[in-house]
Design a protein around this ligand. Structure first.
Ligand SMILES: *Cc1c(COP(=O)(O)O)cnc(C)c1O
Length: 355
């Protein structure tokens, strides 16, 4: 019953098999290999257009390099206060952009509010020498609160950004989960809605360690080959990255993995909603369930060996915040989650809440 995060699971067997197969023999280094080229072709197919693809080993590198492609050192990158780029990357976006300022723009449920974005853009007029210059907007899809932007919402926010000459980045650590939940195409959710650069996350959903920076505007891509090398993310045995990405995208494998994770989360959320005393303050859209647990339920689950994290209660509206011994927690499912473990977790929660 490990619901700590979707990266608590390993890689999918298909991806591992692809790594083992690509491991045999010799191939050109640094990404000039047939596996990487096949992965690039798959990404172009999936997104229905040519794009520049840069494979890296971590999501933090992917986000930081993507943002660096959009902002000069004196730029402002707008992002949600709860976003991964803001709170979980140890300053990597600032470091790789050589100094850009991250500017928080709030909104309920982890989503940037359009009115708040307008105000933030107004606060940084272009050409004022004492102010950082508006350069990038970063949207997490799905968000760190497990919510989603519809393609129309992405287009609305991207429109505001583009009016001011601001480029749009999407942190897609859970892009596949968002995609299957929304039932739209990868193109609809990205470049057709105004996304310029996507961090296509894969490690949380089945690769061993492989993420892709996908740049839809080739003009933005020219520096990234140097930025990636300089960051230490141009792997010499690049074929082992290419093999992962190629296998992950082959025959819709990535979507099947994400669908399983989302289905397990839906099962978990439905079970918890019926458990006495448990509240689920946010709707479950993807593979993350947020719950307020009575203290006794939390204790029984942890005693049974369940793993999950407490989540900051300040992210909830006051009316929904935990009271007394209640705990606000995040439960994350993955492609490897077993429905039996979910059922057992729900059964323990329901039993403990009755006492
Ligand atoms: C996990 C995650 C990332 C990437 O994290 P790494 O640990 O650097 O791979 C990026 N954004 C979000 C929203 C995430 O949840």
């Amino acid at each position: 019953m490990d619901f700590a995060s979707d990266n608590a699971s390993g890689a999918s067997p298909e991806v591992m098999a692809a790594i083992v197969a690509a491991n045999a023999g010799f191939a050109p280094a640094y990404g000039a290999d047939p596996w990487t080229q096949a992965a690039e072709r798959r990404i172009a197919d999936v997104f229905e257009r040519e794009c520049a693809v840069f494979l890296v080993a971590t999501g933090t590198a992917s986000n930081a390099l993507a943002l660096a492609s959009l902002t000069p050192p004196w730029g402002a990158a707008f992002c949600h206060p709860d976003s991964h780029v803001m709170g979980d990357e140890c300053g990597a976006p600032e470091f790789f952009s050589a100094g850009a300022k991250l500017v928080p723009v709030g909104g309920e449920g982890g989503k940037i509010d359009a009115g708040a974005l307008r105000e933030a853009l107004d606060a940084f007029p272009r050409g004022v020498a004492k102010l950082v210059q508006p350069s990038a907007l970063s949207l997490s899809q799905a968000t760190e609160s497990g919510s989603l932007y519809t393609p129309d919402e992405v287009a609305g926010l991207a429109g505001l950004a583009h009016e001011r000459g601001v480029g749009v980045h999407m942190d897609g650590a859970r892009f596949a989960n968002a995609l299957v939940a929304l039932g739209c195409t990868p193109a609809q959710l990205t470049w057709r809605a105004g996304v310029d650069v996507l961090s296509l996350g894969a490690s949380k959903n089945g690769t061993l360690a492989c993420e892709a920076v996908v740049i839809f505007d080739p003009a933005r891509a020219q520096d990234l080959v140097f930025r990636r090398k300089r960051s230490g993310h141009t792997l010499s045995k690049g074929r082992l990255l290419g093999a992962q990405m190629e296998a992950w995208l082959r025959d819709g494998h990535w979507l099947a993995l994400a669908r399983h994770a989302n289905d397990c989360a839906a099962q978990l959320a439905a079970g918890l909603r019926d458990a006495p005393g448990v509240r689920t303050p946010w709707p479950t859209a993807v593979n993350e369930v947020f719950a307020v647990l009575p203290g006794a339920v939390d204790a029984a689950l942890r005693a049974a060996g369940a793993r999950y994290y407490d989540w900051p209660a300040r992210r909830l509206p006051a009316a929904l915040a935990p009271r007394g011994a209640e705990r606000f927690v995040r439960l994350v499912t993955s492609f490897a989650t077993s429905p039996q473990d979910v059922a057992r977790f729900v059964e323990i929660a329901a039993g403990a809440g009755k006492d």
